[in-house]
Design a protein around this ligand. Structure first.
Ligand code: NAD
Ligand code: IPM
Ligand code: MN
Length: 345
């Protein structure tokens, strides 16, 4: 029997380049993983018209976890792959905890002169299955002057409360024990009120956890001016999408940002994926930084109950980042080789 059965969806653009490095590191720290590659993404769509056949979805469900590179390609209309493949997986596998840690690693020069390595260590718990991503809404009178489009945000008490519970549980296991709710309660009064009341109810069960609330516009500013103030941030799907690109930017860039799309109940496989996309501007040139994908493997290993292997991966990343010379990091595969060497040594 294998130690773990992993489905690999490398996807589009730089996805296959960074996933190849992530797999090398995974094999180095946990021999015996059974990895099955699934050919999904732009190439399959052009070849067959398929985005995610039901039979493939059923096969993916029968794995311990999914490792995903990136999806989306300029030759495919926006949304076809993003919604049809990536969001379909997050929704169908009920991956409601979209976990996005950000650290300013020693050796990494972020863009903020005021922040020293080690001073940013936050995790965004982004709701992953509701909000504006639910796909509610519609369009009328297309291509006429009377055209109307609506996009509705779905928020259920069940969906909101369970992700807030996860954020508090995580904060309780961290040193600072603080949760910041980010929303826009001053304008989005229906959903905002639901989030605020669910947050207050869960907070009452965790008197040991410090709480704070910020409107999303202020949070966007504070993530740049005072990112040190955050520990755990819990927020809705779209706010979390945007804030985690900012968090990535202030901690050395999107090439270092990992994520897990997690189904905590383990009814379905969780999915581990870099925060970044397919980066068509640099695809195929060996320019992509594989660290985000490799750190996603660390999250995967933690989730599957291999904390020591997970730590070996994050230690390898720490060693890589501590020894980097700005502007001379080498090719995607060279970085992957160095990470394997660090992980092995
Ligand atoms: P992107 O993250 O692909 O790229 C934004 C910028 O960051 C680009 O300049 C790119 O070169 C750079 N970048 C990204 N990853 C990098 C890495 N590992 N190393 C170095 N530089 C890196 O975002 P985008 O350009 O807005 O989107 C491109 C496509 O990817 C779109 O189709 C989008 O829908 C899709 N997308 C997919 C995911 C995902 O699969 N999870 C996430 C975001 C975007
Ligand atoms: C991300 C991406 C996705 C999202 C898109 C591609 C659907 O931006 O993983 O952050 O918005 O969640
Ligand atoms: Mn995003």
């Amino acid at each position: 029997m294998s130690v773990a059965r992993i489905a690999v969806v490398a996807g589009d653009g730089i996805g296959p380049e960074v996933v190849a490095q992530a797999r090398k590191v995974l094999d180095a720290v946990l021999p015996g993983v059974e990895a099955t590659e699934y050919d999904l993404g732009a190439a399959r769509y052009h070849r067959t018209g398929e985005v995610l056949p039901e039979s493939v979805l059923a096969e993916l469900a029968d794995h311990d976890a999914i490792l995903l590179g990136a999806v989306g390609d300029p030759t495919v209309p926006p949304g076809v792959l993003e919604r049809g493949l990536l969001l379909r997986l997050r929704f169908d596998f009920d991956q409601y905890v979209n976990l996005r840690p950000s650290r300013l690693w020693p050796g990494t020069t972020g863009p903020l002169a005021s922040v020293k390595p080690g001073e940013i260590d936050l995790v965004v718990v982004r709701e992953g299955t509701e909000g504006l991503y639910a796909g509610a809404g519609g369009a009328l009178h297309r291509d006429t002057p009377a055209e109307v489009a609506t996009e509705e945000s779905l928020n259920t008490r069940h969906g909101v409360e369970r992700v807030i519970r996860d954020a508090f549980a995580r904060a309780g296991r961290r040193e600072r024990r603080k949760v910041t709710l980010v929303h826009k309660t001053n304008v989005l009064t229906h959903a905002g009120s639901l989030w605020a009341r669910a947050f207050a109810a869960v907070a009452a069960e965790h008197p040991d956890v410090e709480t704070e609330y910020q409107h999303v516009d202020a949070a966007a500013m504070f993530l740049v001016t005072q990112p040190q103030r955050y520990d755990v941030v819990v927020t809705d799907n779209l706010f979390g999408d945007i804030l985690t690109d900012i968090a990535a930017a202030v901690t050395g860039g999107i090439g270092l940002a990992a994520s897990g799309s997690i189904n905590p109940e383990r009814t379905y496989p969780s999915m581990f994926e870099p925060v970044h996309g397919s980066a068509p501007d640099i695809a195929g040139q060996g320019l992509a930084d594989p660290v985000a994908a490799v750190l996603s493997v660390s999250l995967l290993l933690d989730h599957l109950g291999h904390p020591e292997a997970a730590e070996r991966v994050s230690n390898a990343v720490a060693a890589e980042l501590a020894s980097r010379t700005p502007g001379e990091r080498g090719s995607t595969a060279e970085i992957g080789d160095r990470l394997v060497a660090h992980a092995a040594g």
